[in-house]
Design a protein around this ligand. Structure first.
Ligand code: 13P
Length: 289
């Protein structure tokens, strides 16, 4: 199946009361692990790519072409969206030109008027190409690939203003942060989430910072309109732990254990396990059709 945008998968998730996982990719192993898990579990999936990861993989075109080719050669039949995560104004345009099926334009650091103007331009461009757009109000706390947010809680009135610009999905800060949550984290602000849902009606909402959010909070967020949940750090941590265990057990020194196809295999399997765990929690298994 060719890449799809997120429109239909988000509508189905909202109506079916589950969320689709958006997992960040960093390289070929990451991409393969996530695609194979989604296919095995018959789950729709969104591959998120930060601008930093795009640069690491040498560019938007390389990423888009790799993902498209991998979908074909692995016979992936579930819906897959390729989504720019936390895109800048310029990055969103480049990703769309390279064939991304969805982009996030993160204008949360602009004053609201400028965020509105730039979001409108990205929406117009995306519409022409059949792609979808995610916008953000109230920055997500923590740091991801050099993008640092202060962890503001979004203003529901501003959410409504941005939601009315023709975007397809809306990320709103509700006390969520990228990376691991500190021990004194106050949890998600469900009161604000409920107000945002009231203000924005049917707009599918996005929860960033999915790593480490407990299951009861995930379920409650889904009941309040969250249809897409982003996970990055948790896959990185499980990949690193499995790779560390392999090396600490001296396996890279046994026979050809240093071959990258062997060395990276435990980490790749660990990503699969994490993705599966998250998909179970989000309720999206078996929802590909
Ligand atoms: P985590 O790294 O906390 O899982 O957040 C991922 C994310 O929100 C990507 O945009």
């Amino acid at each position: 199946m060719p890449l799809v945008n997120v429109k239909e998968m988000m509508d189905k998730a909202r109506d079916g009361h589950y969320a689709v996982g958006a997992f960040n990719i960093n390289n070929l192993e990451w991409t393969k692990a996530i695609l194979l898990t989604a296919e095995e579990l018959k789950a729709p999936v969104i591959l998120g790519v930060s601008e930093g990861a795009n640069k690491y993989m040498t560019g938007y075109k390389v990423v888009a072409d790799m993902v498209k080719a991998m979908i074909e050669t692995l016979n992936i039949t579930v819906p897959v969206a390729l989504h720019l995560d936390h895109g800048t104004y310029e990055g969103a345009q480049k990703a769309l030109a390279a064939g991304y099926s969805s982009v996030m334009f993160d204008g949360s650091h602009y004053e609201i008027e400028e965020n509105v103007e730039k979001t409108k331009e990205i929406v117009a461009l995306a519409k022409k190409l059949g792609a979808t757009v995610e916008a953000e109000v109230g920055s997500i706390g923590g740091e991801e690939d050099g993008v640092t947010g202060r962890g503001e809680v979004a203003d529901p009135a501003q959410c409504k203003m941005i939601a009315d610009l023709g975007i397809d999905i809306l990320a709103a800060g509700i006390g969520n942060i990228h990376g691991q949550y500190p021990a004194n984290w106050q949890g998600l602000d469900f009161e604000t989430l409920a107000k945002i849902k009231d203000a924005c009606g049917n707009m599918p909402l996005v929860l960033h910072g999915g790593t480490g959010i407990p299951e009861d909070m995930i379920k409650k967020a889904i009941s309040l309109g969250v249809c897409k949940i982003n996970v990055n750090t948790e896959c990185q941590l499980s990949f690193a732990a499995a790779t560390r265990a392999y090396i600490e057990a001296g396996k890279d020194k046994e026979k050809k254990g240093f071959d990258p196809r062997k060395l990276l295999a435990p980490g790749t399997d660990a990503i699969k396990a994490t993705v599966k765990e998250k998909m179970e929690m989000f309720g999206c298994i078996g929802k590909a059709n």
